[in-house]
Design a protein around this ligand. Structure first.
Ligand code: APR
Length: 233
């Protein structure tokens, strides 16, 4: 597979962090850490109940100290370090496991737990502690800092850079995502349109499996290192 591949784009979802102990969103009970996603991940939710939403992300931010990257994160970081062509990891995840594994060419399209966003002036700032509602922004002084999470209905980050990477890809790999949320779920169709190879690595078939040239089913900690070994020859 590796001989005619120069540019790689990789999309990851909650499934790549599952074996590190972080909950996925659409597990069997459909709840995310005990909440319906819509209760804690919409502009209406944070307007209606800021304390609940801020607390929800405080708990998830604190949990990062209890988990570590797994073999799938490590394999992608090794690929990133060794790959001479273009490579971009676009993650839907808001955890920091890709960075901690050493990934560099990385975009968090849905934001990050360890960042705060000022709802008033738009700046983002690294944030590792809890973030109570009404925390003042150091730039504009207004009490408007919120979790730097892209809520449903909001525009994901870096869509121009992501679109360019998909359109230039020779290989598009989707790892650990249900294909339930756009625009990420549509990247595979763009990749196919430009003639890229398309590969899905997932525990179960996803909503988008039909769009992939190949789907491999299994845990990411097995499938991703295998893929990276093949790509690095
Ligand atoms: N290895 C590989 N895949 C796995 C593993 C594993 N160990 N465990 C679970 N998966 C797969 C599941 O089969 C599922 O298809 O990971 C996927 C997780 O799907 P979701 O829980 O829907 O998570 P994700 O696709 O990342 O959600 C996308 O939805 O709620 C929004 O913004 C949120 O970024 C999130 C987006």
């Amino acid at each position: 597979m590796a001989q005619d591949i120069q540019n790689i784009m990789i999309l990851t979802g909650a499934g790549i962090s599952a074996e590190s102990g972080l909950a996925t969103f659409r597990g069997p009970d459909g709840l995310w850490e005990g909440h319906r996603v819509e209760e804690v991940c919409t502009p209406e939710a944070i307007a209606r109940n800021p304390a609940l939403v801020h607390r929800f992300y405080d708990e998830r931010r604190a949990k990062l100290a209890e988990v570590a990257p797994n073999a799938a994160h490590d394999a992608l970081a090794a690929l990133d370090a060794a790959w001479d062509g273009d490579l971009l990891i676009v993650t839907q995840n808001v955890d920091d496991l890709h960075e901690r594994a050493g990934a560099r060419r990385l975009i968090h399209m849905h934001g990050q737990l360890q960042s705060a966003l000022c709802a008033a002036c738009g700046v983002t700032v690294p944030w590792t502690a809890s973030l109570p509602p009404g925390t003042p922004c150091a730039t504009c002084a207004r009490p408007a800092l919120r979790p730097d999470i892209v809520f449903f209905g909001e525009m994901p980050y870096a869509m121009d850079a992501i679109d360019e990477a998909v359109r230039n890809a020779d290989l598009f790999v989707s790892i650990g995502t249900s294909g339930a949320v756009y625009p990420a779920a549509g990247f595979v169709q763009t990749a196919r349109h430009v003639g890229a190879r398309t590969l899905e690595l997932n525990l179960d078939p996803s909503a988008g499996s039909i769009w992939f040239e190949e789907t491999r089913l299994g845990p990411a900690t097995q499938l991703v290192p295998d893929l990276v070994r093949t790509l690095l020859g």
